[in-house]
Write a protein that binds this ligand. Structure first.
Ligand code: HEM
Length: 402
């Protein structure tokens, strides 16, 4: 079996299940060569991926959670005083996460439901009569960018523009024009700087104002702290949810019996188990890296201090040791301890909001549309980090009961 989890081509049609299963059976802690780097340990078993996330002192998020080490020429900040929360360890991480964590708990997320339901209906309104649409840009991508814009207190249209930049930032540099990625990062920071100035002068009750005026260890966050925080929110909250929604519909179209059954027998119970199963099957985040801080043994492999240890969430979600018939979509699967949102200290802060978004948009899709078909084969993002469909024209009919 040829193992290559670096080549975006391995993810060109979704998760490489053949590679994952070979690794799970033969080398769940696998030394993966890296042409431009020292190599890394690829973790593909559910237990290891979950456990490593719970041991931040042994498996650090610094200097980065991406595979390549930070490269300032590419716009990566890495090192120095300023970091994204995603790339911090406790106790600093705990302090930063605390600034906004209250807004992301289950209660406040549930309170957003009526507004998210309203936005979801507005997204379907313009396409419903047409019987066709480019599902990714016209439906799946709209909601997350609107929700994050509302949370941070910026205009909805700006949310959409920023989300386009995110997509460029997540694309493999080889697939872009020279300088395109750096340009996208620069634009994102410039926009964040404007927001910082605005919210500094005139705070309101949004997250951006809260971050601008937050203090850590008696020090007010500065413009760069804010830019990084803002970028994390736009970035983390945008294309992950979009890819879940587009990838989820794709899986349903490929499994028409499951889709028909879900549409015919909607219930809170089925909506919940179906959503968790779509999270498992789609697993929008491919990996996050950690770096070992000490020598440690894992599954008989000697990991050295300083080695990169990479958690493959998609692989964990397809681990046969954890899930029965993992390659099969089963909307009734229960229990379903999928880990698309990660585990441990950095577990997805936006998970409750993401669940509300997924529920609301699928409610609109399932109750107002039917007889979905692919108008063309979907095109996937060229990325070894984010698994997602970037273009998926579909046809559908208006639901007969609507
Ligand atoms: C289906 C949608 C989503 C998926 C699959 C997802 C996945 C993830 C994953 C895997 C992590 C890292 C966990 C780890 O290291 O163990 C993460 C972190 C994070 N996510 Fe999400 N996410 C989603 C939606 C969102 C949304 C909607 C928001 C914001 C509104 C958000 C905000 C964040 C933030 C701020 C972090 C960093 C947390 C930290 O460093 O403490 N995510 N997410």
């Amino acid at each position: 079996m040829k193992i290559d989890l670096l080549d975006p081509a391995s993810f060109a049609n979704g998760h490489p299940l053949d590679q994952y299963h070979w690794l799970q059976e033969n080398a769940p802690v696998y030394w993966h060569e890296e042409p431009d780097g020292p190599g890394f340990w690829a973790l593909t078993s559910y237990a290891d991926v979950a456990d490593v996330g719970r041991q931040p002192l042994l498996f650090s998020s610094e200097p980065t959670v991406m595979l390549p080490d930070p490269d300032p020429a590419n716009g990566d900040l890495g090192g120095g005083d300023h970091k994204m929360m995603l790339m911090m360890d406790p106790p600093q991480h705990t302090q930063f996460r605390r600034i906004i964590s209250k807004e992301f708990t289950r209660g406040p997320a549930a309170a957003l439901r009526p507004r998210i339901a309203e936005l979801s209906a507005k997204i379907i309104d313009p396409v419903i009569e047409r019987g066709e649409c480019e599902f990714v840009s016209e439906v799946a991508g709209e909601l997350p960018s609107y929700v994050i814009a509302e949370l941070t207190g910026i205009p909805l249209a700006d949310g959409r523009e920023l989300y386009k930049l995110t997509e460029v930032i997540h694309t493999a540099p080889e697939a872009l024009a020279p300088g395109e990625q750096l340009d996208a990062v620069t634009k994102m920071f410039a926009y964040a700087q404007e927001v910082y100035q605005r919210k500094l002068a005139k705070p309101s009750d949004d997250l951006a104002s809260q971050i601008v005026h937050a203090e850590v260890d008696g020090r007010r966050l500065d413009a760069i702290d804010f830019q990084l925080f803002f970028m994390l929110l736009i970035d983390a909250g945008g294309d992950t949810t979009r890819n879940l929604v587009a990838g989820g519909l794709y899986e349903l179209i490929r499994n028409p019996a499951a889709l028909t059954e879900w549409q015919a027998h909607r219930s809170d119970e089925l909506d919940t188990s179906a959503r968790d199963e779509l999270l498992r099957i789609v697993s929008p985040v491919i990996y996050f890296r950690r770096t070992a801080t000490k020598d440690v043994e894992l599954h008989g492999q000697q990991i050295k201090a300083g080695d990169k240890v990479v958690r493959y969430f998609g692989a964990a979600n397809y681990d046969p040791q954890k899930f029965e018939q993992p390659d099969q979509l089963d909307l009734h699967r229960f229990p379903n301890e999928q880990i698309a949102f990660g585990t441990g200290t950095h577990v997805c802060l936006g998970q409750h909001i993401a669940r509300v978004e997924i529920d609301c948009i699928f409610h609109e899709i399932l109750s107002r549309m039917q007889n979905f078909a692919l108008a063309e084969q979907p095109q996937w993002l060229e990325s070894n980090f984010i698994s997602g469909i970037r273009h998926m024209p579909i046809t559908f009919e208006k639901h007969s009961k609507y």
